[in-house]
Design a protein around this ligand. Sequence first.
Ligand SMILES: Nc1ncnc2c1ncn2[C@@H]1O[C@H](COP(=O)(O)OP(=O)(O)OP(=O)(O)O)[C@@H](O)[C@H]1O
Length: 242
Amino acid sequence: MLKMQSLSKVYRTEMVETFALRQFNLEVKPGEFVAVTGPSGSGKTTFLTIAGLLESFTGGTYELDGQDVSGMNDDQRSRLRNQKIGFIFQAFNLIPDLNVLDNIEVPLRYRGMGREERQRRAREALARVGLAAREKHYPAELSGGQQQRVAIARALAGGPKLLLADEPTGNLDSAMARSVMDLLEELHRDGATIVMVTHDMQLAARAQRNVHVMDGQVVDIAAELRLGEMLHPQGDVVRETV
Ligand SMILES: Nc1ncnc2c1ncn2[C@@H]1O[C@H](COP(=O)(O)OP(=O)(O)OP(=O)(O)O)[C@@H](O)[C@H]1O
């Protein structure tokens, strides 16, 4: 579904060059639920914005659903993004002046879809997240957890191949965070491919696979721990006597 090979992203200013990603390799198969973790500044957001075709990259290759996106211009990337990707943001990003149903329809409008079809799809997605009774409500009339569910419905309405979530529970208290995670797990069980960036290791543990990013690269955290143990062994005395 998503395949990045030796991907790099360099931010250049007059004074400095920052390698936000370097030799970044990641493959996500259809139907996987992957959590991407890593310290602040390690490149998680950069990865997600490139994966979501919101930003270009400097080197390497990226295939989305079998299509090489390297040579695409902005228009081609936008079109592909609208067809294939559903975004879930930490801050929900709902439009306050639009009711729930209209919010969910927004990405469908960009596809030039007729009103009836848009409404049908939006209602279906809303039912999927358990909020069918709220279609006329405005975002401010909903709890944070409900707003995030609406945002998830908006991401689902276009029938995306890939769901990208950026700290989807970061603005929620723990009970609401759990219910949003329950929903993501349910979508995964129903076949959705999900990539979620998070600081929260407990949340990450609920995904099917964890990928750890450090200094712009995917690292094998288990191997790092083993190496750390070799370099700084605990219980030397016991080891020496063995
Ligand atoms: N627009 C930009 N211009 C210059 N440098 C940038 C830009 N965006 C990100 N960077 C740099 O790229 C590196 C990776 O940043 P990124 O935001 O991807 O990290 P992150 O892991 O998402 O961090 P956090 O968890 O704090 O959000 C950082 O060193 C950051 O300073």
